[in-house]
Write a protein that binds this ligand. Structure first.
Ligand code: SF4
Ligand code: SF4
Length: 76
């Protein structure tokens, strides 16, 4: 299973819950503010995403969409 996430930077409050929840440890906080003055979550190494959705479940702001692909490299 390959996965891909989309983080809505402007919904994000920078709580870091998604980063803690991600088993792959591929989410971190950005160093640039979003439009509401928070450091939003960003994904690094998207190719490691499994589409498990733990990040989206952990997010209190519903800022993360998860996409999955059964085969191929849906992460790209
Ligand atoms: S879907 Fe799973 S592997 Fe992918 S970023 Fe979210 S928690 Fe990490
Ligand atoms: S859990 Fe949601 S609000 Fe918190 S840092 Fe991650 S994307 Fe942002």
């Amino acid at each position: 299973m390959k996965g891909r996430i989309v983080i809505n930077r402007d919904y994000c409050k920078g709580c870091d819950y998604c980063s803690v929840a991600c088993p792959q440890k591929i989410i971190m906080l950005d160093t640039k503010f979003n439009s509401t003055g928070f450091f939003p979550a960003t994904i690094v190494n998207m190719y490691k995403c499994t589409g498990c959705a733990m990040c989206a479940i952990a997010c209190p702001e519903i800022a993360i969409e998860v996409w999955r692909s059964e085969e191929g490299d849906g992460a790209n």
